[in-house]
Design a protein around this ligand. Sequence first.
Ligand code: 26M
Length: 822
Amino acid sequence: MYSKRFEKETFKAEVRDNVKTLYRKTIDEATPQQIFQAVSYAVKEVIIDDWLASQKAYDEADAKTVYYMSMEFLMGRALGNNLINMTAYSEVKEALKEMNIDLNAIEDEEPDPALGNGGLGRLAACFLDSLSTLNYPAYGCGIRYRYGMFKQKIENGYQVEVPDNWLKEGNPFELRREEYAKEVRFGGNIRFEKDPETGKDIFIQENYESVLAIPYDMPIVGYGNHVVNTLRVWDAKAITDFQLDEFDRGNYHKAVEQENLAKLIVDVLYPNDNHYSGKELRLKQQYFFISASLQAMIAKYKKKHNDIRKLHEKVVIQMNDTHPTVAVPELMRLLIDEEGLNWEEAWEVMSKTCAYTNHTIMAEALEKWPIDLFSRLLPRIYQIVQEIDRRFLIQVREKYPGNEEKVKKMAILMDGQVRMANMAIISGFSVNGVAKLHTEILKNQELKDFYEMFPQKFNNKTNGITQRRFLAHGNPLLAGWITDRIGDGWLTDLSKIANLKPLVNDEQARREFMQIKHKNKVRLAEYIKKHNGIELDPRSIFDVQVKRLHEYKRQFLNILHIMYLYNQIKEHPEMSFYPRTFIFGAKAAAGYQRAKETIKLINSVADVVNNDRSINGKLKVVFIEDYRVSNAELLFAAADVSEQISTASKEASGTGNMKFMLNGAPTLGTMDGANVEIVQEVGEENAFIFGLSSQEVINYENQGGYNPLDIYFNDWELKRVIDQLMDGTYANGDHNMYKNLYNSLLNTQCTARPDMYFILKDFRPYAEAHKRVEEAYRDEQRWSKMAILNTACSGKFSSDRTIEEYVTDIWKLKKVYVPSGQ
Ligand code: 26M
């Protein structure tokens, strides 16, 4: 047993006690939400002991710590996951059952902490889970947004965004730590002085605005090892009158302004994915949490160490994309202005501390801040960036004399902008991509010049996912079956899942595996019945595409193909057709017009198809409202087919692809991102691969694109589908509803390049791949083998493997073992 507190009677008493002290109620009187709170507090009690024990063990070991800096942590619900990792899930489930409480129902009371958009934020959450499970000292540092990712409602087929007030009922797992508050300053001007004693330059920021950053700590529980790391998210509060400078005391205007700034800064997560918006408030958010986190990190270091020049021996900072890269100049500032190092000393420490991960090659995602905005908001930081740039360009000109092209491409400051990626690459010691193909594209195309100059900095870290949440928690039936067959070692060492491989030849095992899949499909069908009112046949093929909505991810291709299938069925009712259920889930950024039109199109096609009695239920289309971590767990468990159909070269890695694979769903996809490595592991015969290669896409792009009209006019079935966008078939006769989508494919007037994402080009290969899926699914034996093999070959895609690689190649951490805190 993990802890005697989870002993049934003790735990039950604790829950009863909590309901009493928190709500003055008995269990029978308490609402489900109140029981959720009471159970969570009981769980937190146990966590706290291990949390203390972990911090003590780290202190004693004086262990190096990674600070994972991220604007996003898409954690998902904590209660169930904490119980899984404390190996107390079934005990607690039973204890609650004896009190007539259903743990699943209680889990559903927890709002999803959705402090992230999609892949990048969820990756951060998986990494924290793995760091704790693998005994590595780590902090996640981020922002405690008052409002996380918006809730999505579908009204009349359209997406409507609703604020996500996730803290409304209070978050039982967080700890407010007022005593570690830090001040963060914005704007004003820099006065320069010489220290009369030392002769050193001093930079004094004047006339600034400031806010107080207050940390909230959330426990990150490792699996079965008593390790509890910390996710530290910062809230903002106005500096009170009392704390204001002498000069500003009694300045009412300023007090109100600072109040407003504080409120605004942590108000809301920017709901953009792969798109840079250039908003001043976004830069304020970035500097706010970075400055606070670095101040806290240095304060902690100095408690035990007196030589700041050795900071890099005890801490390493991983920057999750460019969003936190203001850490580079902020660390320089703290080392120089606050700690008294000179430039060279500070550079040595900073450059050995900071590492950068690139998550995308999409040009529109690159952060380039206008210099006037940047320098106004962060005057001292801007001076430091200028100096980094100046020194770097000397190096470039030395290496490439007379080559001003290089300077133009590689400079940090260029064309009135601050290019954050360039700054991160120049300053840190490591640059990594997130899948093999992605890293190769970085080295050979996007970041070629930097790779030439700093080849030793570049490395690949193929993404991974945590099997604790996405198998143990999300798919308890399959998890139990796997443990019965091969033991529970896979929970902390996913390579062991390969031990399932021999079972592909065991008929009984295959039948059981498919029965579990069927039960999970029934579970999902119930969810869909309840939420969408749509009746599904769990014997149909569940074909699932869930991810953020983006043109490069090509949900449009998927729905066009469904329109095509529908035409086929209508035209050839006698044609043999294996019943198919197409399931979508996707949020569109609020201002992304084509993405929103795609959601409307999917819902309209669903309406028409699902209500056409003449097709005998052969085809169903479902749009899952408010796709998020909690319902994702149901979807992965129930999927037969994993749609991973991005335009090759555009999806840096993908991680949903890995979650489907783990749960036994073969990939229908392009050779993009980590799909390439998935196919390598599972074998091409156990996936359905189609379409242009990344090199072909890049070649077309280099010659200015291709002409989709050549395809349009030579493929009448495809032409008919595209024309149906404009003839009102899916728009109650409205001819304009999908004109932006239509134009994106064909109209040279409306887009830089028609069909930028090669949808027409890949359409026939995609349709043909679907044919292969259908054929394979009809052969039960073949399909069950494929499904099991996908699970059995997913070992590489654990975030535990990814984290071990980060530790070995970049972070150089040592494991710390923690005795039980009880
Ligand atoms: C930028 C500026 C302003 C507001 C928001 C942003 C922004 C937010 C999120 C930009 C990009 C964001 O996320 C990008 C992302 O999720 N990338 C994905 O990262 C995953 C983890 O590495 C990969 O698996 C995906 O392929 C990649 O698309």
